[in-house]
Design a protein around this ligand. Structure first.
Ligand SMILES: NC(=O)c1ccc[n+]([C@@H]2O[C@H](COP(=O)([O-])OP(=O)(O)OC[C@H]3O[C@@H](n4cnc5c(N)ncnc54)[C@H](OP(=O)(O)O)[C@@H]3O)[C@@H](O)[C@H]2O)c1
Length: 330
């Protein structure tokens, strides 16, 4: 383990441009902690929001973004028994991932399945657990049902496409250009549509024999959410996952009443904190999926730590397909 390491620091809440790489001094481990030689950090939309101070968790600068990492254990505190130096692991926390070293409690890391590379492991769990919680615990999506997945070229959207297919659903998904729609189809979607198409709801109806979809998975919000409610079936389930568009929709209560559909909010991380037993069971099931390589992320861009700001910018510019990763070996 090295006494110093480099980290990308957010120095002001002005967005990606405020990120600077600085030399840091490694701190001694506390009880229960594990030091990880980070090989890759996966970017998530909240990393971008945090650089503007617009995420629900609002760290004050200076701070290091980065919710998810994968790497090799380089040091353990004496009371840690579950991990050894040299283990391949993936882990998550509320930040500090855009760095060559990360210190996490042992409870926040898990072994990296052999099926996943460091880059894949660094962007697997957050999206996978969100898709899992949404489709299983909240929507209870069944084999043979239909689902409309918005923002399907994004991190959580593409994980949802893969999980919904794995569960035997008919998947209709949106992507805002040809390249994104092709990738969504490659990820397993049966049909891909343009979210800007004014006929979106009518096309979804045609694809579902006039019924509309049983479930909508919405990490985008804004005007697209209003369009999507018009494509939901009688008694359908509308999953409110996030607001990547930046606009929080106001759903018309009378429309939900007339069509008898349910609006279901979800927070995968908070659910795990409030219901540890459900979280444990989900982890066991997710572990099996990870070992089988299910929901393996598509990584469209890799950047060095020096270029962490550019990595956030392409997320902001909607250029990412699947995931973007900071690769510490570049
Ligand atoms: N509820 C939870 O537990 C939970 C967990 C994780 C993430 N989230 C939330 O889910 C949302 C998506 O996260 P993500 O990691 O999948 O993000 P992402 O990888 O950036 O994907 C977001 C997708 O939304 C679409 N989009 C539409 N308007 C956009 C805009 N103005 N800017 C950026 N993207 C836009 C894009 O697809 P098109 O170009 O095809 O439109 C993009 O692929 C975020 O709001 C995040 O906070 C919620």
């Amino acid at each position: 383990m090295s006494d110093t390491y480099r980290a990308a620091i957010c120095t002001a809440l002005t967005g990606p441009a405020s990120l600077h790489v600085e030399e840091m001094v490694a701190k001694p481990l506390q009880a229960g902690e594990v030091r990880i030689d980070v090989k890759a950090a996966g970017l998530n939309f909240p990393d971008l929001l945090m650089t503007y101070g617009k995420y629900q968790f609002r760290p004050e600068p200076p701070f290091t973004p980065g919710l998810e990492i994968a790497g090799i254990v380089s040091e353990i505190s004496p009371d840690v028994t579950a991990y050894s130096i040299g283990d391949r692991v993936m882990g998550g926390s509320k930040g500090n991932g855009f760095a060559e070293q990360a210190v996490l409690p042992e409870t926040a890391i898990r072994p990296l399945p052999a099926a996943l590379s460091f880059a894949e492991g660094a962007c697997w769990h957050g999206a996978a657990i969100t898709a899992w919680h949404a489709l299983n615990d909240k929507a209870m999506l069944q084999q043979g049902e239909s689902i409309l997945i918005l923002g399907a070229s994004g991190g959580v959207g593409m994980a949802a496409v893969k999980l919904a297919k794995h569960k035997g659903a008919t998947v209709i998904a949106t992507g805002s250009n040809d390249q994104k729609r092709n990738s969504i189809k490659q990820a397993g979607a049966d049909h891909s549509l343009d979210p800007a198409d004014p006929e979106l709801a009518a096309k979804v109806k045609v694809l579902t024999d006039g019924n509309g979809v049983d479930v909508v998975f919405d990490p985008v919000g804004g005007d697209l959410a209003m369009k999507a409610t018009r494509s939901i079936s009688w008694g359908g389930r509308y999953l409110i996952v996030g607001f990547a568009s930046g606009d929080i929709p106001s759903f018309p209560a009378n429309h939900a009443l007339i069509k008898g559909y349910s609006l279901i909010g979800l927070r995968a991380g908070e659910s795990a904190r409030r219901d540890p037993e459900l979280a444990r069971n989900s982890e066991v099931a997710l572990r099996k999926l990870a070992e089988q390589g299910v929901m393996r992320p598509h990584i469209s861009h890799r950047f060095s730590l020096e270029d962490a700001a550019d990595a956030l910018r392409i997320l902001e510019d909607r250029k990412v397909i699947g995931r973007v990763v900071i690769d510490m070996t570049l």
